[in-house]
Design a protein around this ligand. Sequence first.
Ligand code: DC
Length: 232
Amino acid sequence: MPQDQSIIITIDGPAGTGKSTIARLLAHRLGLDFLDTGAMYRAAAAICIDHQIDPDDVEKLCEVVADADLHFDWQTDPPAMLAWLKPIDSRIRDADVTALVSRIAAIGKLREHMVRKQRIIAAQHPRLVAEGRDQGSIVFPDADVKFYLDASPRIRAHRRAEQLRAEGAAVEDERILEEIIRRDTMDASRQDGPLICPDDAIVIDSSNLEIPEVIAAMETVVRERVQALRMG
Ligand code: DC
């Protein structure tokens, strides 16, 4: 990838499609930065729990989240999520945070705050792979390449369960499937920044693909797009 080429690539899609891993590896391959926007909503959910804020008290939550000055440490790989200048990555994947985060991510005022921050990050990191739910639709509608990554709910649940089992948790696929369907429904039905597939996104169904195959397919699309951009 030419070093002087600004490029914004968005990857949206539901939970459990491997978006974070794929976005990070694609960014590595292309020498771009990687923005995990889910980590920002997870950080807000963790703050809500740990500061005993009522999730319905939107004003208070937004005030405390703004005070936390969420940002990433770009010196680490993947970039660490910081709140009040302290890394909180080890907290934001906990089960209680995962259970609450869809509700927190449905708060319109909080989303406005996050969208603003994400655009500032892109201004500072103009060679970026941004993944989430609204990256191609709301945050970066003019992104150079938009992907929508999908997979069947059952496969996503199985992958997530395997991942949790590898980390030592005793989980059943069925329970994870219920949680995935619940989160999908909340993420897709909320009023602000719902999960949608942008019209101009390239859809990749990863149900029957391994991660390297998904990345190879994406890389081909991106390289073709860069060539087109450079030829004007
Ligand atoms: O991708 P993830 O599981 O880390 O996302 C956590 C939650 O945040 C999930 O419920 C969807 C929500 N989210 C969002 O609403 N918008 C984004 N851009 C990213 C994540």
